[in-house]
Write a protein that binds this ligand. Structure first.
Ligand code: GDP
Length: 729
C-alpha cells in the first residue's frame, strides 16, 4: 500500500490545482488528535487497528508521555472527490497555548484550516487565539463540531434541541470570524453556513461526521443520526457517514488550492515588489519562476541530520540545487534530499514544485521562519508574528564542564527548531539563558535537551522576563563620541499603540517599499514627514531620521543602528528589552575624516544618547500577564476567584454556563508559579482552566523598586539605577 501511495502522491504533487494544504486548529482536549488520527486511517494512511491506539502525529516521546501535541508535524493524504484524486497535505498544530508559536508557523504553510470545536463546551479562549492566527495569515476556516455523541448520549438532546445547540456554536464562531476579518466574512464568503457545507459535525472518537449537503446526498436525516447514536450503533454511523469522507470532501470543495490561495495570501505575507518576476511567480504559484520557500519547521533526523520543512510558494526544487537562505551572509546551501512526509516518515522524491510542502536536507543555514530562494536579492517573507512572547527564562549549565561545547551546539539546534524561544548568554556569569512562553514550555525544552540530545544539565528556577518603556517626551539629548568629534541629537516619546500593533502584526514593516510603508504609517496617523523618514523598526520601536543634508550620514547609518539596538536590547532600569518607543534623530555632527567616525566612536555615542533619553522620558518597568479562564461548579466559584485575586489578579467576568461558572481574569506571570497545584487543591480538583498571554503591563509603583533591585542583583549590575548624566558625562 505504501509504495502505491507514494506514486499517487508524486503524481499529484505536480498539479497544484489538485492540492490542498490544511491545518487543524482547536482548543486543547476538543479532540484534534483523535480527529487527525481517524482522518489518516480513513484515508488509508495508517492501519485502522493502529489508529486510536497510537497517537500517529505525535512522534515526539515527550508528546506521548504528556498526551499533548508539541511539534507541528506533517502528513499527506490522497482523497477522491467527484471522480478525481486530490493530494491533501496536513500540518498538525499543538493545542496547548504555551506552544502558540507552532500554530503561527503552521498557519504560514497552509491555505485552509479546520476549526475544531467541542459541541458541549463551544468555542474556548484558545479557539479564538488559533482562529485569529489563521485569519492573520489569510488562511480560510471551515468548522467541525466534535463530540456530538456526548450531546446525544450524555445530555439526551432531541433533534430540535440539537439544531439549536449546533446553531449556537456556529453563530459564536461566525461572530469571531466577523470581528477578526469583516471583509472576508461578508465579501469573501468566509461566513460559516451549515447549508452550504462549510460546517460539519460528528464524533471524532466514533469516526463519523455529517454535513447538510452530505445528508442530502446520502439521504440520512438528523433523526436517523440521533436514533443510531441512541441505539449505540456507532459502527453503523461510521459506515454510513465516515469521518474522512465527509471532512475531506469539504476540504476539497471549500478550501482553496495553492494557486488560488497564493493570489490572496502573498500580498499579506510578502511585501516585496509584486510586479517583479519573482513576485509574479509567487502570486501565480509558478514552478518555472524563482524558488521561494518559507521554512516553518526544523527537526533532527538521526540518519539524515537537520530536516527543514516548509511551504514552497514558487519554483521547483530537486537534489543538488543551490539555494540561498535570506539574511545569512553565507554561501548558498546545496540541497541533499528533497522529500515529503507521509505520517512521521519522510519519503524522498525527484522534485517538488511550488504549492507543496517540502522537507529537505542540506539547508544548513536555515532556521524556522527563514526565506529560502534561488535568487539572493529576493525580499524575505514577513517574519512569523507570534501572538505570545517569551515571558519566562531559565538558566542552564552543563553538569560536566566537558559537555559545554555540546551544550552550545544543542542550544543552537533547539533555537533553530523553536523560534519562540530566545537564547542569550549572561556575560557576567557565562550561563546560557532560555526564554520561553511559560513554565511548561521551558520544562519541555529542557527535558528535550536532557533526553533527546543527551546533555546532562542543571537548570535554575524559572525567572520572569520584564520589559521597559517610556511614558513621556524627552530631548533633544546630545550623545558625544569618546573623541568628542561626533555628536548625535535625539528625541524620544511613547509610540502610538496602533503603530505598535501594526509593527507586531507585520502590517507595516521594513520589507515594504518606502512608498507603501509611508502610506501605511500615514493611514495609522503618523505625520507624513516622519512616515517617509523611518529608518528602522526594532522590537516594536521606531527610529526616524529627521535630519537634512548631513554629510557622511548615509555611510554611518549602519553604526548608528548598531548603537540604537544595543540600547534597546537592555534599558537603563533593569537591562531588559525596551519596547514601544519612537526615537527621532534630529541632528548629527560627524568628523570629516572616516577614521575618526568609526564603530568605536559612533556606537557608544548613540547608545549613550538613547539610554539617557529613555531615562529622561520616564523609564518604566513592564511585567507580562496572563489571561486566566477557570470553569468550576457553582459551589467552587469563591475558591476560584480567590485564586485569581490572591495573585494581584483582576477579575474581568463571571458567567454561568449550564451548571458551571466560567471565571475570567488577568494576573501577572510573576504570581502564577504553582498556580496549577494551588487551584487543584482549592477546588478539590474540580476546576478546568486555561491561560493565555495577555501582554505586558506596568509593574505597580509600590513594587517597582524591589523588583528592579532584585533584577539588578541577579544580573550582577550595580544596585544604584543610573542617571542620565552617567551616560552623558
Ligand atoms: P486534543 O487535545 O484536542 O488533541 O484532544 P484528544 O484527541 O486528545 O481528545 C481529548 C479527549 O476527548 C480524549 O479523551 C478523547 O477520547 C475525547 N474525544 C475526542 N473526540 C471525541 C468525541 O467525538 N466524542 C467523545 N465522547 N470524546 C471524544
Amino acid at each position: 500500500r505504501g509504495k502505491k501511495m507514494v506514486e499517487k502522491v508524486s503524481e499529484l504533487m505536480d498539479k497544484p490545482e489538485f492540492i490542498r494544504n490544511i491545518g487543524i486548529v482547536a482548543h486543547i482536549d476538543h479532540g484534534k488528535t483523535t480527529f487527525s488520527d481517524n482522518l489518516l486511517s480513513g484515508a488509508g494512511m495508517i492501519s485502522e487497528e493502529l489508529s486510536g491506539k497510537q497517537l500517529f502525529m505525535d512522534s515526539d516521546a515527550e508528546e506521548q508521555a504528556r498526551g499533548i501535541t508539541i511539534d507541528a508535524s506533517n502528513v499527506s493524504m490522497v482523497h477522491e472527490y467527484n471522480g478525481k484524486e486530490y493530494l491533501i497535505n496536513m500540518i498538525d498544530t499543538p493545542g496547548h497555548v504555551d506552544f502558540g508559536g507552532d500554530v503561527t508557523r503552521a498557519m504560514r504553510a497552509v491555505d485552509g484550516a479546520i476549526v475544531l470545536v467541542d459541541a458541549v463546551e463551544g468555542p474556548m479562549p484558545q479557539t479564538e487565539t488559533v482562529l485569529r492566527q489563521a485569519l492573520k495569515e489569510g488562511v480560510r476556516p471551515i468548522l467541525f463540531i466534535n463530540k456530538v455523541d456526548r450531546l446525544i448520549n450524555e445530555l439526551k438532546v432531541d433533534p430540535q434541541e440539537m439544531m439549536i445547540r449546533l446553531g449556537k456554536v456556529i453563530d459564536k464562531v461566525n461572530k469571531l470570524i466577523k470581528g477578526m476579518n469583516e471583509k472576508m466574512y461578508s465579501e469573501g464568503g468566509w461566513k460559516l453556513d451549515a447549508t452550504n457545507g462549510t460546517v460539519a459535525f460528528g464524533s471524532a472518537l466514533y469516526n463519523w461526521a455529517v454535513s447538510i449537503p452530505y445528508m442530502q446526498k446520502s439521504g440520512i436525516s438528523f433523526k436517523e443520526v440521533i436514533d443510531k447514536c441512541n441505539a449505540g450503533d456507532m459502527k453503523g454511523l461510521a459506515k454510513s457517514s465516515p469521518l474522512h469522507e465527509v471532512i475531506l470532501d469539504i476540504v476539497v470543495k471549500h478550501l482553496p488550492n495553492p494557486v488560488d490561495a497564493q493570489k490572496r495570501r502573498i500580498p499579506i505575507i510578502w511585501h516585496g515588489d509584486k510586479e517583479s518576476p519573482e513576485g509574479k511567480a509567487m502570486l501565480n504559484c509558478d514552478h518555472k519562476g524563482a524558488v521561494t520557500m518559507m521554512v516553518t519547521d526544523i527537526s533532527f533526523d538521526p540518519h539524515a541530520g537537520e530536516v527543514a520543512t516548509g511551504r514552497l510558494f514558487s519554483g521547483k526544487i530537486s537534489r543538488g540545487m543551490e539555494l540561498y537562505v535570506v539574511g545569512t551572509a553565507g554561501k548558498p546551501n546545496r540541497l541533499q534530499q528533497v522529500g515529503i512526509f507521509m505520517g512521521p516518515t519522510r519519503v524522498e522524491v525527484e522534485q517538488i514544485v511550488g504549492g507543496n510542502i517540502a522537507a529537505v536536507t542540506g539547508l544548513k543555514d536555515a532556521f524556522v521562519g527563514s526565506t529560502v530562494t534561488s535568487n539572493q536579492d529576493i525580499a524575505p517573507f514577513e517574519s512569523l508574528k507570534h501572538y505570545s512572547e517569551p515571558v519566562m527564562t531559565v538558566a542552564v549549565e552543563a553538569k560536566n564542564m566537558k559537555d559545554l561545547p555540546k551544550l552550545v551546539e544543542v542550544l543552537r539546534q533547539v533555537a533553530k527548531e523553536d523560534p519562540t524561544i530566545r537564547i542569550t548568554i549572561n556575560e557576567e556569569t557565562g550561563e546560557h539563558l532560555i526564554a520561553g512562553m511559560g513554565e511548561l514550555h521551558l520544562e519541555v525544552i529542557t527535558g528535550r535537551i536532557r533526553r533527546d540530545k543527551n546533555v546532562d544539565i542543571v537548570t535554575s528556577e524559572p525567572i520572569v522576563v520584564y520589559r521597559e518603556t517610556v511614558t513621556k517626551k524627552a530631548g533633544p539629548v546630545e550623545g558625544k563620541s569618546p573623541n568628542r568629534h561626533n555628536r548625535f541629537y535625539i528625541e524620544l516619546e511613547p509610540l502610538d499603540e496602533v503603530i505598535v500593533d501594526a509593527i507586531k502584526t507585520g502590517t507595516v514593516s521594513m520589507n515594504m517599499n518606502a512608498i507603501e510603508r509611508r502610506d501605511a504609517l500615514v493611514a495609522l496617523g503618523m505625520e507624513k514627514d516622519e512616515a517617509k523618514s523611518v529608518k528602522d523598526m526594532y522590537n516594536s520601536n521606531i527610529f526616524i531620521d529627521m535630519t537634512k543634508g548631513v554629510q557622511y550620514l548615509n555611510e554611518t547609518m549602519e553604526l548608528i543602528l548598531d548603537g540604537l539596538h544595543e540600547a534597546l536590547d537592555g534599558g537603563p532600569l533593569a537591562d531588559e528589552q525596551v519596547q514601544n518607543v519612537k526615537i527621532r534623530l534630529m541632528d548629527v555632527k560627524l568628523h570629516e575624516d572616516a577614521i575618526h567616525r568609526g564603530p568605536a566612536q559612533v556606537i557608544p555615542a548613540v547608545r549613550a544618547a538613547v539610554k539617557a533619553g529613555i531615562l529622561m522620558a520616564n523609564d518604566q518597568l513592564l511585567e507580562p500577564a496572563q489571561k486566566i479562564q477557570i470553569t468550576v461548579p457553582q459551589d467552587q466559584m469563591g475558591a476560584a476567584i480567590s485564586q485569581i485575586q490572591g495573585r494581584r489578579g483582576q477579575l474581568t467576568t463571571t458567567d454561568s454556563e449550564g451548571d458551571q461558572i466560567v471565571v475570567n481574569g488577568v494576573a501577572p506571570v510573576a504570581e502564577l508559579f504553582g498556580f496549577a497545584g494551588d487551584l487543584r487543591s482549592a477546588t478539590e480538583g474540580r476546576a478546568m482552566w486555561s491561560t493565555e498571554f495577555s501582554g505586558f503591563q506596568l509593574v505597580p509603583a509600590s513594587l517597582v523598586n524591589d523588583v528592579v533591585i532584585g533584577i539588578r542583583r541577579r544580573k550582577g549590575l550595580k544596585e544604584q539605577i543610573p542617571t542620565p548624566n552617567d551616560y552623558l558625562a
